[in-house]
Design a protein around this ligand. Structure first.
Ligand SMILES: NC(=O)c1ccc[n+]([C@@H]2O[C@H](COP(=O)([O-])OP(=O)(O)OC[C@H]3O[C@@H](n4cnc5c(N)ncnc54)[C@H](O)[C@@H]3O)[C@@H](O)[C@H]2O)c1
Ligand SMILES: O=C(O)C(=O)C[C@]1(C(=O)O)C=C[C@@H](O)C=C1
Length: 314
């Protein structure tokens, strides 16, 4: 039996994240009515054609009217202007949330436009794909994935609890985190890896042009994963890097230091450095599997992981 958490939810921006939310909300019967708004007419027409949202509105103001939850699902650089646009149309007592990949910058852009009597509870589902747009969503996207809630000072506990219930109803595991800590953690786990993937695919493509070799055609699994990640939406990722500038630059600085040390070890033939480094990183991966924190990891990794705790690498 499903429990209805909100009477009306408005999704602003109808891409991968919003469309997956809609299908997950419907699957769980979590909300009375879901309204949606996208700024382009083509996206609104597509949404109507595929049955995305119970009602697709022609303005953001119309979509948020009477909504007890409004979720901003636009690129992080657009959050502030969109919030400003809807601020006069929000219902007293409503909650505004967002799904942006960066938190501090979004909070600074959105919070000044939150009217008195409206709650603000930022959030970030740690789930996605390289696809975007209204047709890319699916109900299972959030199943067993984390959604981080990043309450701001004075966030209403009931508003936080309701949003938690919605994300749990959509299949996610929910945790709370402070905005600055979120941005640093995500710079390590998501933002910098994306930048490295973009760079690596660019390098390989340059190489192909220069040597006419077939690096991409014959790419092995690791590189293929890079090309998948590097196919992610350019607008979204431009905004992520511009909005999480400090944390990304901090992690990139550390990354390049380590990279230079490895580069030097290769040039000077320092095999011990390379072996020690790779042994350390392997232990980290196996520790993650042993702790059961990677649900995607194949079972056959577990036995090996136990065997390496002695430090005897094969
Ligand atoms: N894709 C992921 O892997 C992922 C994961 C978690 C969170 N997020 C975050 O979710 C948000 C949405 O990402 P997505 O993957 O759904 O993107 P998407 O490109 O699939 O959809 C974005 C939507 O926002 C609309 N939009 C863009 N600029 C706008 C503007 N200036 N004003 C109004 N609408 C505008 C687009 O037309 C589109 O409907 C982003 O903030 C992103 O950082 C993305
Ligand atoms: O699986 C992917 O394609 C993703 O990149 C998803 C991913 C991630 O880095 O894990 C990307 C951005 C987000 O804000 C959250 C999730």
């Amino acid at each position: 039996m499903s429990t209805q958490i909100y009477n009306r939810v408005a999704l602003i921006g109808l891409g991968l994240i919003a469309s997956s939310m809609y299908w997950a909300i419907k699957r769980g019967g979590l909300v009375g009515e879901v309204t949606g708004y996208a700024r382009s007419e083509a996206t609104r027409d597509k949404a109507r054609e595929i049955g995305l949202c119970d009602r697709v509105c022609v303005s953001a103001a119309e979509a948020v009217e009477g909504a007890d939850l409004v979720v901003l699902c636009v690129p992080v650089g657009a959050m502030g202007p969109v919030m400003q646009e809807i601020s006069g149309s929000l219902m007293p007592g409503a909650t505004v949330s967002d799904v942006g990949s960066v938190k501090r910058n979004v909070i600074e852009a959105v919070q000044p436009h939150i009217p008195a009597g409206v709650h603000f509870v930022p959030a970030h589902p740690l789930a996605g794909t390289e696809h975007s747009g209204p047709e890319s969503g699916f109900a299972e996207l959030y199943d067993n994935r984390w959604c981080l809630l990043v309450p701001v000072e004075g966030s209403d506990p009931e508003a936080v609890a309701n949003l938690r219930a919605l994300w749990e109803g959509m299949g996610a595991n929910v945790d709370e985190m402070d905005a600055d800590h979120h941005d640093l953690v995500l710079a390590v786990t998501s933002h910098t890896p994306h930048l490295i993937a973009y760079t690596m695919v660019g390098v390989a493509d340059d190489l192909r042009r220069v040597t006419d070799s077939e690096v991409i055609k014959y790419s092995a699994a690791g590189f293929r994963d890079f090309t998948r990640i590097a196919a992610s939406d350019p607008t979204m990722w431009r905004d992520v890097f511009l909005s999480n500038k400090e944390a990304t630059l901090e992690i990139l600085g550390r990354f390049t230091e380590e990279l230079f040390a490895l580069q030097r070890a290769i040039r000077t033939g320092d095999g011990e450095h390379l072996h020690d480094y790779f042994t350390h990183t392997r232990a980290i991966r196996r520790g993650i599997i042993e702790a059961g924190q990677d649900t995607d990891a194949p079972d056959f990794g577990r036995g090996q992981a136990v065997a390496t705790t002695s430090g005897q690498e094969k």
